[in-house]
Design a protein around this ligand. Structure first.
Ligand code: 6PG
Length: 256
């Protein structure tokens, strides 16, 4: 059993763990162990493991390390938390990043990979198609909501998570599984994002946050209760919430 990480801060509550690690190596090592544990339980109990992954830069190292880990990829299904409405081979595509760092380096059946269909049409149309992908895979009733085993999230400097941005109408959507979302800066491309009803229905939600530029928003979300920040609306209805922070992102938390 790997040694327990050296936490700089370790606040374990019933439904939420806030863990600040001494460095990002330990953060990623913990994240892989958590992935392993959640996937193992899911496969044992339900025969498969469903994970929805975010883009951005924070999870890149984790995805690369996961690709070197011996996991039951044939029982694993990968979905995308949010996507930029660009072709799969576009530099800004989350699918492209996740494929390059993880999917193309593991033996996962192609039918186990569920990207957002951005090849044609519009972000609105892609959102509808992605809802159908989730409804079909999870065999949902008309008003059903998927239960992902794990949803991996990041947080932006502005407190966004997935592609749910401050002040966006997408924040209050309750009757959709995925929506089109327009970021505050048009250079960030139109987006498709899963919604809070899907996020908050997960068995495990893991925020992976690194870097001193996130320390302020982490404190706002975790201690200042700034409800205007979308990341503060991540509150699993039944599942467990984990904030995995490196020493920089967790630097402003009290009690450190
Ligand atoms: C995206 C992500 C987004 C990301 C945050 C944090 O499409 O950009 O899904 O929600 O998690 O913006 O990004 P960094 O990890 O790059 O800071």
């Amino acid at each position: 059993m790997a040694n327990d990480p050296e936490y700089l801060y370790n606040n374990r509550m019933k439904h939420k763990d806030i863990l600040v690690f001494k460095n990002s190596d330990q953060l990623e090592e913990f994240a892989i162990r958590k992935w392993n544990a959640v996937a193992g339980d899911a496969i044992e109990q339900r025969g498969l493991f469903t994970a929805a992954l975010s883009g951005g830069s924070s999870p890149v190292t984790l995805y690369k390390e996961l690709s070197e880990t011996d996991l039951k990829w044939d029982r694993t299904h990968i979905f995308i938390v949010d996507e930029r409405f660009v072709p799969f081979d576009h530099n800004d595509s989350n699918y492209r990043m996740i494929n390059e760092t993880l999917l193309s380096n593991i033996h996962i059946p192609q039918q186990n990979i569920h990207p957002v269909p951005t090849q044609k049409g519009s972000s609105d149309e892609a959102a509808v198609l992605y809802e159908r992908t989730m409804s079909s895979f999870f065999k949902l009733s008309s008003d059903g909501i998927p239960v992902f085993d794990l949803i991996l999230l990041g947080v932006g400097d502005d407190g966004h998570t997935a592609s749910l941005f401050p002040g966006s109408p997408a924040l209050t959507v309750k009757d959709r599984l995925a929506v089109s979302s327009i970021p505050p800066d048009e250079s960030m491309h139109d987006r498709v994002s899963i919604t809070f009803p899907v996020i908050n229905n997960a068995r495990n939600i893991v925020f992976l946050i690194k870097g001193g530029n996130k320390a302020g928003v982490v404190k706002d979300v975790l201690e200042n209760g700034n409800s205007n920040l979308p990341a503060a609306s991540v509150k699993p209805s039944k599942g467990k919430l984990f904030f995995l922070l490196d020493q920089h992102a967790g630097a402003l938390l009290s009690g450190r």
